[in-house]
Design a protein around this ligand. Sequence first.
Ligand code: SF4
Length: 636
Amino acid sequence: MPVESIFPRLEALLPKVQKPIQYVGGELNSTVKDWDSADVRWALMYPDAYEVGLPNQGVAILYEILNELPATLAERTYAVWPDLEALMRAEGVPQFTVDGHRPVRAFDVLGVSFSTELGYTNMLTALDLAGIPLLAVDRGDDDPIVLAGGHAAFNPEPVADFLDAAVLGDGEQISIAISEVVREWKAEGRPGGRDELLMRLAESGGVYVPKFYDVDYHPDGRIKRVAPNRADVPWRVHKHTVMDLDEWPYPKKPLVPLAETVHERFSVEIFRGCTRGCRFCQAGMITRPVRERSITTIGAMVENGIKESGFNEVGLLSLSSADHSEIADVAKGLADRYEGTNTSLSLPSTRVDAFNIDLANEFSRNGRRSGLTFAPEGGSERMRKVINKMVTEEDLIRTVTTAYSQGWRQVKLYFMCGLPTEQDEDVLGIADLAKKVIKAGREATGSRDIRCTVSIGGFVPKPHTPFQWAGQADHETVDRRLRALRDSLRGDRQYGRAIGFRYHDGKPSIVEGLLSRGDRRVGSVIRAVWEDGGRFDGWSEHFSYERWTAAAEKAGVDVDWYTTREREENEVLPWDHLDAGLDREWLWQDWQEAVSGGEVEDCRWTPCYDCGVCPTMGTEIQIGPTGRKLLPLTVV
Ligand code: SF4
């Protein structure tokens, strides 16, 4: 049976809302397949506004892969702004996809990609607008399977009650496998209803179905154990890893937004994973091992992407793009190929060394020299050792001096505040560093026309990292240190005016901390916040700390217990049954080394230090087209 488009009803509301174009779809390379031609239908949601969600690579890749399957269709849905939400509620218009404007409830699977935990309340809005019961236990056979993915899905426990399932890791292969399970189950006449479908997914070991696991607690609130409540459901659910990225050269047909979005460029992911071992970085830990795309595939993807989209900016994406073993050849090859055209290249990279500046010089041949970004992350040498960011002050000064003397005028430096073991002087060290950067730049150029911007965010300990046991700094401490840093920068007559300062207060980090390391009991807080009007929590103008603390108090959830409390080694963590491939003992050991000043090197270039990922995945890190380990490149 075809499903009717809700567009005629939506269209009547659009003149009354801001940025109506974000709801109309029809972008270049978007796809609307015939409803009846598909056996399995996915609605893919990015739980934020269209302008943030459209450029998301994860959703774009799955959208294409699923639509390429003959018997599957996929459409996209985004969080609607509160103005449209109010009108939709008043007029009874359900949550819709922007492609076919079909009601989300009509789909078989609603896949939600969480880059951050602050999108949880937006998922609840979408479920409610769609007419899908908020709690998984209340859903019937006609409701879609609500499935979470993305980095936050590595601890989906705070939203476990709202989810039917979650998937860890790369989505390319598992989304196809899930489609096949759903197709078979439907073809057989849906035996056993929703429960059997979820059971078939859970039995595979690659899909986590929270309702098949019971959580027991100690009287003091710590988790006693998480155990499957059905036979044939595995004790641990493993993550998915695509081993050969060259076999998956997506996106092939990049979506070109109609409305303004946060990035308007074609992005090619040049590798996945990172083995630098920064202890705060969840993305680096959970995406191991490193898997590079070959230089030939990168070149082909860039050429094809430009042709298919018409974008004139290409971004080379990864967690640390300058670390690709052939990045010098990639940069030179692309800069040569597009020299004199209107295509510009960008390398969002944060490595602090001269090599990075050579790359930036290559990439700016065709474009503007705006600014260079480096991420020392910690303000003092001691702090950088604790987080395993092996950058010395000397490295940084040498790098920025090279940048300024080669014509760059603006340098951005990223830091974090509230890191484990941090003292006031570690944060004040950021001011000293920034002043030295300006001093070095003035000396190198003989000009006062140089700038440095310090951006600083609150640190949140994340699951599956060595800091998963750490106590988070309270927001009063973070705010006090940030104020002292601001005063030190602004009060400096000699350098203060050349240094910009951007920071966020510490309260949103506390909520993010609650959601990151929370367990199933935190679900009632999320629901209460949403019922109280919580929406778009990642946007400072919508975020309300008071709303979160009031909801936590009402639900009897102690926010400090979840955030500022340091955990013991043997405490069962809410995500221990979810396997990111990392050896728990290695993580603990690395946490101990952080406190005692031990460092780990990047295992791309040094011997394996047994983090556990490669043996678990039955593989090894993959760099270079031959698969051989290449030495780090020197300056081009
Ligand atoms: S198992 Fe060894 S080689 Fe593989 S990512 Fe971990 S430390 Fe590196």
